[in-house]
Design a protein around this ligand. Structure first.
Ligand code: 4AD
Length: 434
């Protein structure tokens, strides 16, 4: 008899098979019991008829607790009209007992579900979202391989900050030294590209942000890419290609998952076929002010509300370019605009459908003296950043890069409301366990 996985069930129509599984739901009607089972690869239904089973097996299908594990044997049948397959049960063996599974049939609030995340992971939404996450991860690594990038793993323990110094998690490192958990591997990648040309990293990063939005995690996965000899325009072109590739792969490779999540994919399909919008920060603020009658601050970062408006206005991803340098990081290349404002040569990529910023990137300041004076201006320790300044001292080149937040893009593609759904065990200001 074939020991099969549920994802392959259609290949075994009419044959007797066995499946190792968990029973995630059940209902019965006197002489018929229906067990809904899952095995990690998919979901299906087992139909148990009293008259064709031994008394013990029938009894088990009656009494089996939700989330018990079992081995079921039976014949694969197909729904007459739909592409739906099920198992006509011949025998069943209990593997692991489960009594009173805490996440039952009734609706639970998110607090309860995340306090029991270890068990909630077994539900259909996490199953689908985490499979989309896996697809995104694979698409990104394949894309960079095909584009000639080298994976370059950057340290998690870092002696300095890359982004805002107020968002650092610090820890004691041996005797007296303080170290920080990485916010981004970017600065190290900038050293890496002087060896490898184009490089990327992909790993967990940490931000001690007090934000309680549905878009912020304290620990998330970031992919930083860095390219020698790329200006900001070339970097944005690459980002657009990458995002389209990811969406294409998810649309084709995760159609089951998207369907299960009831994701309307119209905008995702449109995104793949359209040129992304590129708009200056000043013009984005002006659009919000004039078209949506909102009071805006031209010197400030984009607010949550403004990002959502811009996303909804265009309904495809938008690069908002050239933010005021005062709200951006020290390493960005800058210029003074016609209104005498110092602006970064950068872009945040804003996704539609309220997904907000999914990528942050910039051209880097390649001039040693200018970069050094920015470090001093921001009161960073020159001693700590000397190694980074060295990258500009010996054969400096124009270069650019960007960082993509894995959970941000997974949230957008899967359409789940809150970013905590997109990582197996989320860490936020309130979520610390399990
Ligand atoms: O814009 P950020 O802060 O850029 C950097 O860290 C650069 N050093 C990256 C680079 O150029 N190599 O963060 C990059 C991305 C954001 O666009 C967002 O997708 C994600 O990281 N991100 C978060 N995701 C979840 N929770 C948070 N608290 C996040 N903060 C940023």
């Amino acid at each position: 008899m074939n020991n099969i996985q549920i994802k392959d069930i259609s290949k075994y129509l009419g044959q007797e098979v066995s499946i190792m599984c968990w029973v995630y739901n059940k209902r019965g009607s006197g002489k018929l019991n229906f067990l809904e089972i899952r095995d990690g690869s998919g979901f299906t239904q087992v139909v148990a008829e009293k008259d064709s089973l031994t008394a013990d097996d029938w009894d088990l299908t009656d009494k089996i607790g939700l989330e018990s594990s079992a081995k079921v044997n039976g014949v694969v049948k197909k729904h007459p009209a739909k592409e739906v397959y099920e198992i006509g049960l011949k025998s069943i063996e209990l593997l692991g007992v489960s009594h009173e599974f805490p996440i039952g049939k009734k609706e639970h609030g998110p607090d309860f579900l995340f306090e029991n995340r270890d068990l909630y992971l077994r539900s259909k939404t996490p199953w689908a979202v985490l499979r989309i996450r896996d697809q995104v991860f694979r698409s990104i690594t394949q894309f960079f391989f095909e584009e000639g990038f080298v994976r370059f793993d950057t340290p998690i323990l870092q002696p300095t900050s890359c982004e805002d110094t107020t968002q650092l998690f610090s820890l004691k490192y041996y005797e007296e030294a303080i170290m920080y958990l990485t916010q981004s591997g970017q600065l190290y990648l900038e050293a890496g590209i002087a060896s490898l040309g184009k490089a990327y990293d992909f790993g967990p990063v940490f931000r001690a942000e007090k934000s309680k939005t549905r878009n912020h995690l304290s620990e998330f996965w970031m992919m930083d890419a860095e390219m020698a000899f790329f200006d900001q325009k070339a970097s944005e072109d690459l980002q657009e290609k990458l995002v389209k590739r990811i969406i294409n792969d998810v649309l084709t490779g995760c159609s089951k998952e998207l369907e299960l999540l009831q994701r309307n994919t119209e905008i995702l399909k449109k995104t793949v076929e359209s040129d992304f919008i590129r708009i200056k920060h000043f013009d984005a603020k002006k659009l919000v002010e004039e078209k949506y009658n909102l009071k805006v601050e031209y010197e400030d970062d984009m607010t949550t509300e403004e990002e959502i408006i811009i996303g909804n206005h265009f309904n495809i991803p938008v690069f908002i370019e050239d933010y005021p340098m005062a709200v951006k990081s020290f390493y960005m290349k800058s210029y003074t605009d016609s209104r005498n404002m110092l602006r970064a040569i950068n872009a945040d990529l804003i996704a539609p459908e309220e997904a907000r910023e999914i990528i942050g990137g910039s051209q880097r300041e390649e001039n040693y003296a200018k970069l050094k004076s920015e470090v001093v201006k921001r009161n960073y320790s020159l001693e700590d950043y000397n190694w980074y300044l060295d990258t500009r001292k010996y054969g400096t080149v124009i270069h650019s890069g960007f960082g993509l937040g894995l959970e941000r893009i997974v949230r957008w593609l899967s359409g789940v409301h809150h970013i905590r759904e997109t990582i197996p065990f989320p860490r936020t200001t309130v979520l610390k366990k399990p």
